[in-house]
Design a protein. Structure first.
Length: 229
C-alpha cells in the first residue's frame, strides 16, 4: 500500500463529491531509459497549479456515447476496475469503463494531439482527492504505449510546456526541488521507474487498489518532500 503522510486529524468538514476523471501515462523506451510524456501546468490554474502532470481531465457528457469499443476489452477493464467506484454496481460497470476510457482517449487527443488506440491503454491506478480539498476527482490512471512513430505534441493552454522526460529525471528534479509533483504522479512514477521498460510495465501484475488519501495529506506530502531537500 502507498504510504501517504497525513495530519492524523479527524475529518469534520462535509466533503464535495469527487468528479470522474481520467489521466494517461504515455510511456516510451529511450536510450537513456524509460520516458513519460508530461505537462508543466501554468501557475494560474485552479487545480494543480505549477505542477508536472500527465495528460488528462474530467469525464464529460460527450464521453458517454459515440464509442464502440470491443466488449471483451470493456469487460477486461471493468474487471481491472472491480474495486473502484466504476464497479460499485456491477451491471453497468463495462459501460462506465467505456466512458472513462473514452475520456482518456479524448484528453490525449485534445491535450497532446495524439490519437491512441483503446487497446494501447491499460488500467493502472485509481486515486481519489482527499475529502478536505475543495475540488475533488475520482481519477482513473492508464499506462499507454503509443504506436511506433506516433508523437504527442504540446497543444494545451493549461500547460506552458509538454515533453518527453526520463522517468528517473522527473523524480530527480522533484527531489532537488526544481519541479513539483502531485502525490499520485510522484508515487506512480516511482512504481514505473522500478519496472524500467515499457514491456515490463505492460506485463507487470498490478491490481488496482483505490487510494483515498487522508485529510491533510496534501500539505503533509509537500512538507515532507521539502524536508528531504
Amino acid at each position: 500500500m502507498t504510504d501517504i503522510p497525513g495530519s492524523g486529524l479527524p475529518d469534520t468538514t462535509p466533503a464535495s463529491e469527487p468528479r470522474l476523471a481520467a489521466s494517461v501515462i504515455l510511456l516510451r523506451d529511450a536510450p537513456t531509459g524509460l520516458e513519460a510524456f508530461v505537462q508543466h501546468r501554468v501557475s494560474t490554474m485552479d487545480f494543480a497549479a505549477g505542477m508536472v502532470v500527465f495528460p488528462g481531465g474530467r469525464v464529460d457528457a460527450v464521453d458517454q456515447s459515440g464509442w464502440d469499443y470491443p466488449d471483451e476489452l470493456l469487460q477486461a477493464h471493468a474487471a481491472d476496475w472491480r474495486h473502484t467506484s466504476i464497479s460499485a454496481d456491477p451491471a453497468p460497470a463495462a459501460t462506465k469503463a467505456g466512458t472513462v476510457l473514452a475520456a482518456a482517449i479524448r484528453e490525449v487527443q485534445e491535450e497532446a494531439g495524439l490519437s491512441i488506440d483503446a487497446a494501447d491503454l491499460r488500467p493502472w491506478a485509481n486515486w481519489i482527492t482527499p475529502t478536505d480539498m475543495p475540488k475533488r476527482f475520482d481519477t482513473y490512471f492508464y499506462v499507454a504505449k503509443p504506436a511506433p512513430g506516433a508523437e504527442p505534441q504540446h497543444q494545451t493552454t493549461e500547460a506552458w510546456q509538454s515533453l518527453w522526460m526520463p522517468v528517473d529525471g522527473i523524480l530527480g528534479a522533484e527531489a532537488a526541488g526544481t519541479l513539483k509533483l502531485m502525490p499520485p504522479t510522484y508515487y506512480l512514477l516511482i512504481e514505473i521507474a522500478a519496472l524500467g521498460t515499457v514491456d515490463a510495465v505492460w506485463s507487470a501484475g498490478h491490481p488496482v487498489v483505490p487510494v483515498l488519501a487522508p485529510v491533510g495529506s496534501l500539505a503533509a506530502f509537500f512538507k515532507e518532500r521539502e524536508s528531504r531537500r
